[in-house]
Design a protein. Structure first.
Length: 341
């Protein structure tokens, strides 16, 4: 039976339905351009992505119809259809998907008569090119070169092409001679649809590590501000209570308040102050024990030094007492041995 005039072929209807199903059955859809991507590179990308995504090369007209059938915000993706398009559908985080797509790009040289998307600047210094005919090709491209100590060197930093300019054949040859590959070839993301939200490369190309550091810094600054302002939150409450406890403790010690929690500190402080004062008095004004301690400590001591040296003297006396007790125990054991032995 002849097809009815104006009715699209059945294969197109089926292709549109298949595309619509792919689009709506996955939360994340990426529109990518594959212009200039070699077949072997495209096959490699398919192998790397097959465990988490599906890649399908589509005709733009069929993709537009499929987006219309899907409806909703899917129709907004039509604004990003251009050149040779493919779709990637998956359940991946869109930012992680963007980084994966970008990681598939490989360095590539500029081709003759291509419109350059980048600026190319040749730095001053030596080149890997030996003296010979290749030197003339560099000069034709507008690169100032000379021979120094048997090497071809660039005499001055030179910009040989700017974004939007057509690459002249002699410039392309010179860049190839220098081994410069200023562009990257791979899938070019136009937009990623994520559960109703359309994200463009300007949004997707964030530095996740930098953002993470900035969030950590912001958290630290906010915490410090809240603590200094005594602003009570779940995060600041334990620190504020601890700070209040130590502030109250220090205040009580400095004010000499007799509280059970700080009596040990007050006694230690009084003892150290007594030692510091005793060290300033003549020896006949203190008893023999105190005179011995102060003479050991010196004429003028700080509270910390006094405490440290007093502890050493006490440790020495304690050790001598322990040795005397051990000697007495040994004598007693020997006496028992002589009695029963």
């Amino acid at each position: 039976m002849a097809a009815i005039r104006g009715t699209p072929p059945r294969w197109k209807i089926e292709a549109v339905e298949e595309l619509k199903t792919m689009l709506t059955s996955n939360p994340v859809v990426a529109l990518v351009c594959f212009r200039g991507v070699p077949a072997n590179q495209m096959q490699k990308i398919r192998r790397e992505f097959r465990h988490f995504a599906k890649i399908k090369v589509v005709k733009n007209s069929l993709l537009e119809r499929a987006l219309d059938k899907a409806g909703g915000n899917y129709t907004k993706l039509k604004n990003y259809i251009e050149d040779q398009m493919a779709i990637i559908v998956c359940n991946e985080n869109p930012f992680r998907l963007y980084r994966r797509i970008e990681s598939t790009k490989v360095p590539s040289p500029l081709k003759p008569n291509q419109i350059s998307p980048v600026e190319v600047t040749i730095e001053e210094g030596p080149t890997p090119i030996p003296p010979g005919p290749a030197m003339g090709e560099l000069q034709l491209a507008g690169i100032p070169v000379a021979i120094e100590r048997g090497k071809v060197v660039v005499k001055a930093k030179t910009t040989i092409i700017k974004p939007g300019e057509v690459v002249k054949p002699e410039v392309a040859r010179a860049l190839n001679k220098l081994g410069i590959k200023p562009i990257k070839i791979g899938l070019d993301v136009k937009a990623i649809y994520d559960s109703g939200v359309i994200l463009t490369p300007e949004v997707l190309s964030i530095d996740s590590e930098k953002v993470s550091r900035e969030i950590q810094e912001a958290h630290s600054m906010a915490l410090n501000l809240a603590l200094n302002a005594s602003y009570v939150t779940k995060e600041t409450l334990p620190i504020l209570i601890q700070k209040a406890y130590f502030d109250a403790r220090n205040l009580a010690i400095n004010a000499g308040i007799f509280a059970p929690e700080i009596m040990g500190d007050l006694l230690r402080k009084a003892h150290l102050e007594m030692l510091s004062l005793a060290s300033l008095l003549p020896s006949e004004a203190v008893d023999e024990e105190l005179a011995q301690i102060t003479s050991t400590l010196g004429t003028t001591v700080s509270a910390e030094k006094a405490e440290e040296k007093v502890e050493k003297i006490e440790d020495k006396e304690k050790k001598e007492e322990e040795e005397e007790e051990e000697a007495k125990e040994e004598e007693a054991i020997e006496g028992l041995g002589a009695l029963f032995g």
